[in-house]
Design a protein around this ligand. Structure first.
Ligand code: G
Ligand code: G
Ligand code: G
Ligand code: MN
Ligand code: NA
Length: 253
């Protein structure tokens, strides 16, 4: 309750901030994109991680306004980096199921793109496979609108739900992110290696690109490279970092 009531004023008090985690191209070991991860600077001091407050704001509906703020802030960040002479990489923003099903989403994305004037190719949305499975036709329609705006879509936490890649082909999705549960024991577990190799091979034949999440060791990296995985994200490269650190990773024009 205490957390919930202090969350109510947090947006107005400007207590949220974005952190950024690099997603690397495995072939070149260069920066490919960054995932945007929300943080709450509670009372302006203590940094609260999303697992402490995202479930609360999903439950009470505040995710809609806070989520819209995240999308706008990410677009503004791209604009700012460009104006400072940097070449931004695409930013991947997480969308919760509740936010996704909200009627105003498509309209507000359109407004933000108009407002900031950024290239929609510099924004990606991540949505979990479970969220996709929950609402058939309506989901397909919303994703169609987002895709038509030129924003790319990724499936987050892939492998933890019940969908198959064949089913996902119905959606205008370009990328899947293999959940870190399958990467964690990659070096020790022949079973996990087989699962990951199969996901990569099938994705390839369906023209989906693949990001491995939670890559922490060079050994995991080498195995992913061997199996033809294109992208990797994880502590091996960097934790999520504030904008001032993230911008040091960007190429300058
Ligand atoms: O510190 P200030 O209130 O000016 O920052 C406003 C917000 O804009 C900050 O919370 C920060 O998250 C965001 N921001 C993103 N990029 C920059 C940047 O290059 N400089 C500053 N000052 N703020 C940035
Ligand atoms: O940042 P961290 O790595 O602790 O993220 C924990 C969880 O919070 C992840 O599952 C991530 O998807 C979720 N999350 C982080 N930022 C956002 C956000 O801006 N919107 C939504 N909906 N979820 C987020
Ligand atoms: O949106 P998603 O559920 O994928 O959120 C990413 C989460 O994974 C964030 O909480 C982020 O801090 C975390 N994370 C990113 N890289 C690593 C990693 O290498 N190891 C672990 N354990 N967690 C990671
Ligand atoms: Mn994610
Ligand atoms: Na994930």
């Amino acid at each position: 309750f205490e957390l919930e009531s202090s969350l109510r004023g947090a947006l107005a008090a400007d207590e949220f901030e974005l952190h950024f985690q690099p997603i690397m191209d495995i072939g070149t070991r260069r920066l490919h994109a960054m995932e945007v991860l929300l943080r709450w600077r509670r009372g302006g001091v203590e940094l609260v991680q999303p697992d402490q407050f995202i479930p609360i704001i999903e439950e009470n509906g505040m995710i809609v306004s806070i989520g819209e703020w995240v999308i706008r802030q990410a677009c503004k960040q791209i604009m700012l980096w460009q104006s400072q002479g940097m070449t931004p990489v695409p930013l991947a923003v997480n969308l919760s199921p509740r936010q996704f099903m909200h009627r105003g989403l498509v309209e507000s994305i359109r407004d933000i793109l108009d407002e900031t004037g950024i290239d929609p190719a510099l924004i990606e949305f991540e949505i979990t496979e479970t969220a996709l499975m929950e609402h058939g036709e309506q989901t397909l329609e919303i994703l169609g609108h987002i895709n038509a705006m030129g924003i790319r879509l990724s499936i987050d936490d892939f492998g933890t739900g019940y969908s198959s890649l064949a089913y996902l082909k119905r959606f205008p999705v370009k990328k899947i992110k293999i959940d870190r549960a399958f990467i964690k024991d990659l070096e020790e577990s022949a079973e996990d290696r087989a699962i990951v190799a199969a996901i990569i091979a099938l994705s390839d034949s369906l023209q989906l690109s693949v990001v491995a999440e939670g890559v922490e060791t060079e050994g995991q990296y080498a195995l992913l490279q061997r199996d033809g995985c294109q992208y990797a994200q994880g502590y091996l490269f960097s934790q999520p970092v504030p904008h001032a650190t993230a911008q040091l990773l960007l190429p300058r024009c």
